[in-house]
Design a protein around this ligand. Structure first.
Ligand SMILES: Cc1cc2nc3c(=O)[nH]c(=O)nc-3n(C[C@H](O)[C@H](O)[C@H](O)COP(=O)(O)O)c2cc1C
Length: 373
């Protein structure tokens, strides 16, 4: 089967996976696919004279996926058409966000899982306005609609009504009872067994597993268990060096490049100083450009002091160059110049083993009920 997406990807994360973070990420890995933050379809439609601000990215960020959000079919179609010229590699629809603004007032995000036919029709419209493959990112359920069969009905309906062949499964349900989005990424338990059962029951589709995958050994473990793709979110943001740094060698078998964080920062500085103020006064500002760097020395000697110096420097530095000159003395040369240590496939605990023994009974396609409901 034609694989239209990569095994390893970085999740869409509002306010996190912006152009700055993605620039840093692709200095660390050349292969992981990068998802944008969700861009609401109405923003694209109403800002059509200002689209670069929301949609432009540099060529180095390929392969890159645009995630859109919305529940108005015409606007989703129009937004996709407007985004088409930017040359994204895939268009993804957000069917997983539980935030009150999105799933509540907006009636989109995870709320869409309750309207599978609408999602199928939207995906058909999105695909018709795009030159690239389309995908859906969803949860495994919403509130009491959390049975494996309901998830399968959703997948079946969407894939039957549209050319969607790739689903990203955030393997916990969403609770729309007022808990925060952050709690919704922690409280509902992960049920990887639903993900692995989808691989069994929909062999013609491609599924990426997401949720709670915290290190490169867990990415590898998912692959050993047969996952088609693995998406990491918080770990890729909070520990970019130790997670993304291993992707090209461990997942794609590339020779290690001897990359160091000093070299990454030298390149990032050129990028950062070229974009500060690009879209008018203070857009973006130095704080936004520095933000993704703040996790680059996670758990390393000097990290605490570096963060304190960064905090102070952000009050007066106007360029990334001066910011780095003022703060990097806190990080020992040994850390700045170190290359990634070799890691080996772990023979230790595999977080997916239990799931393989807990698979729900096979989906009995209820074609008639699903499509005629
Ligand atoms: C700060 C933040 C913002 C997020 N924004 C989005 C978003 O815009 N679209 C989306 O589909 N998921 C969003 N998510 C959810 C992630 O894509 C991912 O599904 C979730 O964090 C679980 O993966 P993880 O355990 O690897 O972090 C967000 C997560 C975080 C932490």
């Amino acid at each position: 089967m034609l694989r239209t997406f990569s095994f390893s990807s970085v999740a869409p994360m509002m306010d996190w996976t912006d152009n700055h973070y993605r620039t840093l990420a692709c200095l660390i890995t050349r292969h992981a696919w990068l998802y944008t933050e969700m861009v609401v379809a109405e923003t694209i439609v109403h800002q059509k004279d200002n689209l670069d601000r929301f949609l432009a990215f540099s060529q180095e960020q390929h392969p890159i996926v645009l995630q859109i959000g919305g529940s108005n079919l015409e606007n989703l179609a129009k937004a996709t058409e407007l985004a088409n010229i930017y040359g994204y590699d895939e268009i993804n629809l957000n069917c997983g966000c539980p935030s009150g603004k999105v799933a509540g007032h907006g009636c989109f995000g995870v709320q869409l899982m309750l309207s599978p036919k609408f999602v199928g029709d939207s995906m058909r419209a999105i695909a018709a306005n795009s030159d690239v493959p389309v995908s859906v990112k969803c949860r495994i359920g919403v509130d009491d609609h959390d049975s494996y069969n309901e998830l399968c009905d959703f997948i079946y309906t969407v894939s039957s009504r549209s050319p969607t062949r790739h689903f990203i499964i955030h393997s916990r349900k969403a609770l729309l009872n007022g808990i925060s989005p952050a709690e919704n990424r922690k409280i509902p338990p992960l049920k990887y067994e639903y993900y692995f059962a989808l691989l069994r029951d929909f062999p013609e589709l491609q599924f990426t597993i997401n949720g709670g995958i915290n290190c490169i050994n867990e990415v590898d473990a998912a692959r050993r268990q047969g996952a088609h793709g693995v998406m990491t979110g918080r770990a890729a943001y909070n520990s970019p060096w130790s997670l993304l740094g291993h992707v090209d060698s461990r997942v794609y078998g590339e020779l290690r490049t001897g990359l160091s964080r000093r070299k990454i920062l030298e390149q990032y500085q050129i990028y950062g100083d070229s974009v500060i103020g690009k879209y008018g006064p203070n857009k973006p500002n130095i704080r936004q450009v520095v933000k993704p760097l703040l996790n680059l020395f996670h758990s390393e000697p000097g990290n605490g002091l570096w963060k304190r110096k960064a905090d102070a420097a952000l009050h007066h530095c106007a360029t990334i160059k001066s910011f780095l000159e003022e703060t990097l003395q806190a990080i020992p040369d040994a850390v700045l110049d170190s290359t990634l240590p070799e890691t080996k496939t772990s023979g230790g605990t595999d977080i997916f083993t239990d799931a393989i023994f807990l698979l729900p009974p096979p989906y009995k396609s209820r074609e008639h009920q699903v499509l005629c409901a």
